[in-house]
Design a protein around this ligand. Structure first.
Ligand code: DC
Length: 233
């Protein structure tokens, strides 16, 4: 069994809005593992860069706290602040910088090592670059229209947009632009790992996706399933 420091690492890669964070969180709860959305670390640097400049922001990443996958800076939960599309765009811009990626990867590896039993980590290059040795790799995607529609419904529910056709069209455009930027950058672009389980969730519910992944681990990775099952709830 290939494990990182005897910890199980499950990677979920995919484009913006594919549902990887939601799936990652539920999967981690079900399997009794910890969960991290690596995009949050890029978003945190983006947020801190606006206040302190990039160099300082990279250093400050050592000072954040991560509790239940939520990010705290100077004892303040900044999850809401870093979740905007504007911060997402800056995160995508700065994620092309080597020193940014190195710091984010260092923190992720530390978290995996310090986790009790292992971690479910989602992002763009988890299975290809950060944890190439992970025993379970998932690639989750959906059409740009579907991903924009999900984001649209979410923002509407939170009262952050009115819910017009134009807003939906703008979201589709933003998603396409970010896909292009994340796929074509030189360092660590968004790619499907060779050995990943590929899921197109366009017409699937979250529950169906979770079921597919659980079934994949059970049937294709029985030794991992056994290890995880030892203390499953
Ligand atoms: O998943 P997200 O939308 O929160 O990620 C925000 C940005 O961070 C994304 O556009 C690109 C970058 N990112 C990355 O380069 N590598 C990762 N593993 C995760 C995110």
């Amino acid at each position: 069994m290939v494990l990182t420091s005897h910890k199980i690492v499950i990677t979920i890669d995919g484009p913006a809005g594919s549902g990887k964070s939601t799936v990652g969180k539920i999967l981690a709860e079900k399997l009794n593992l910890e969960h991290l959305s690596s995009g949050k670390l890029y978003r945190t640097i983006a947020y801190l860069k606006e206040r302190f400049g990039l160099e300082e922001a990279i250093k400050l990443l050592d000072k954040i706290e991560i509790k239940n996958g939520e990010i705290f800076f100077e004892a303040e939960n900044i999850d809401d602040k870093i979740s905007s599309e504007e911060i997402g765009k800056i995160a995508s811009d700065i994620s092309k910088i080597r020193s940014v990626r190195d710091k984010v990867n260092e923190i992720q590896k530390k978290l995996a090592k310090e986790s009790k039993k292992g971690i479910v980590v989602d992002g763009r290059d988890e299975g290809t670059q950060v944890f190439p040795e992970a025993p379970v790799k998932i690639f989750l995607t959906a059409s740009p229209e579907e991903r924009a529609k999900r984001k649209f419904e979410d923002l509407k529910k939170k009262g952050k947009i009115k819910g017009t056709k134009l807003e939906l069209e703008n979201l589709i455009e933003e998603i396409r632009k970010r896909d292009e930027q994340d796929k074509t950058r030189e360092i660590s672009p968004l790619e499907v790992p060779d050995d990943a389980f590929y899921i197109d969730s366009t017409s699937k519910s979250i529950d169906e996706v979770i079921e597919l992944i659980m079934n994949f681990i059970k049937t294709q990775k029985p030794e991992i399933w056994h290890f995880l099952n030892e203390d499953l709830k």
